[in-house]
Ligand binder design. Structure first.
Ligand code: KE4
Length: 426
């Protein structure tokens, strides 16, 4: 497969942008490759500059739950485009999107729309600190919550992939208010509460982790965190930027039956355009300006195009059995990969929640970061290159979730498994 045009494009991009990319997660360095440049996308298929087609499991890192170019989403954006792109004044679309989110999400009574997942988590934790009058937050090693300074501590996703979970440029003063626990370890969180009485404003986590690969919560973990935070007067914050409307219409909190005080959203609720949101208990959200004293703002917050794409997406999710379908496709991919691993005599495990799935090159189960050996990362790189060469585009890191969309079907899943079978055998 020739990548000549992508190679040329990458040369030019590297001159102008660090690593030739606008987000390190796209760089493909840890899988020992260069990125291909995408020319177009339709349904479950990406087409690169050289005309090669790939079955897409990146899904733009999460938003594209309906696949690329869904006609309803395109029509909504086109209609809004004729009316104007952005106004810096309120629109009824924002209220409709807010209502659609509140209707579906157990933990959200009121919310704010922002422009990215990073803004959502950063703002939610500012609100948690303002509301509780406390300064420290607890996060879990390997969870990624965007690139706000105080959250780039033991971070997952691209930070972990590129070996900088603790980013340069984050001051010691900033990092000292972030306490870190291993994921899925309730006792570790309990001991942080004991050693910092009255100081912890919030516990933030990905209820299903996607940013160290897919790691579901162990039994009782989310419930335990709910009880611990309530007991100590801290807020429980679910970062559902990835899982929101993805693992269930009611997000991970609905799927697992645990309601957080604050929830962060992004990705799916923007239907492919830039968006984020944070929201939760009415009394907590009343702390946000202009009602309360916690300042948070944005020129493009609630952008009409993003709102139109998001609303169209959520309406499809509310009216069609998409999540049921994704569950069926996810289970089929999981079974196929598991049998391919077994038949190839390889060591590996497949972890999945709904349409989020990861093949780890270790026996498993993977419950926290320490369960992923460096050999898994190396083997994943070899596997990733073979998959891309044969037309399957996976997220370029062992520490990412693969996403299935409603535009995938049984045939595409089976083709993926066949390609994986060959990649694992070689
Ligand atoms: P953004 O600022 O990238 O919109 O969202 C940050 C974020 C927050 N929380 C969770 C759970 C997330 O997964 C993310 C973003 N995730 C990824 C990668 N898994 C974005 C891709 C990238 O960084 O390029």
């Amino acid at each position: 497969m020739s990548h000549a045009r992508s190679e040329e494009a990458f040369q030019s991009a590297q001159v102008l942008m660090p690593g030739g990319v606008n987000s390190p997660a796209r760089a493909c360095r840890s899988v020992g490759a260069e990125p291909v440049f995408i020319a177009s996308a339709q349904g479950p298929i990406l087409t690169d500059l050289d005309g090669a087609e790939y079955i897409d499991y990146v899904g733009a890192f999460g938003p594209m739950i309906l696949g690329h170019g869904h006609p309803g989403v395109l029509a909504a954006v086109e209609e809004q485009l004729q009316l104007g792109m952005t106004y810096g004044a309120p629109t009824t679309g924002e209220t409709e999107l807010a209502q659609a989110i509140v209707d579906a999400t157990p933990g959200i009574e009121r919310l704010r729309l922002v422009n990215s997942g990073t803004e959502a988590t950063m703002s939610a934790l500012r609100v948690a600190r303002g509301f509780t009058g406390r300064e420290k937050v607890i996060k879990m090693a390997g969870c990624y919550h965007g690139h706000a300074d105080f959250l780039l501590v033991k971070a997952g996703s691209g930070a972990l992939t590129l070996g900088s979970p603790d980013s340069a440029g984050v001051t010691a003063g900033t990092a000292q208010d972030t306490l870190v626990a291993p994921h899925n370890d309730l006792a570790a969180v309990e001991s942080l509460f004991s050693s910092h009485p009255g100081e912890i404003a919030a516990v933030i986590l990905e209820p299903v982790v996607g940013n160290m690969g897919v790691v579901p919560p162990v039994d009782g973990y989310l419930q335990g965190l709910r009880e611990l935070t309530a007991k100590h007067g801290a807020l429980l914050v679910f970062d559902e930027v990835m899982t929101g409307f993805r693992v269930d219409r009611a997000s991970a909190q609905g799927r697992y039956g645990v309601t957080p005080d604050l929830t962060c959203l992004g990705k799916v609720i923007g239907g492919g355009l830039p968006v984020g949101a944070y929201g939760g208990r009415g009394d907590v959200m009343a702390a946000v300006a202009p009602e309360g004293g916690v300042y948070q703002a944005g020129t493009n917050s609630g952008n009409p195009l993003s709102v139109a794409a998001g609303l169209a997406t959520l309406r499809v999710l509310a009216s069609e059995p998409i999540h049921e379908r994704l569950e069926v496709l996810g289970a089929r991919l999981q079974r196929g990969l598991e049998s391919a691993i077994a038949d190839a005599g390889r060591v590996g495990c497949v972890q999945r929640v709904g349409s989020m799935i990861t093949l780890f090159f270790t026996e498993g189960p993977v419950r926290c970061l320490d369960d992923i050996p460096s050999s898994a990362v190396e083997q994943f790189g070899v596997f990733w290159r073979a998959m891309r060469e044969h037309g399957v585009y996976l997220p370029p890191s062992q520490y990412e979730a693969w996403f299935i969309s409603a535009a995938h079907d049984e045939e595409i899943i089976d083709k993926t498994v066949e390609i994986a079978r060959r990649a694992l055998a070689s």
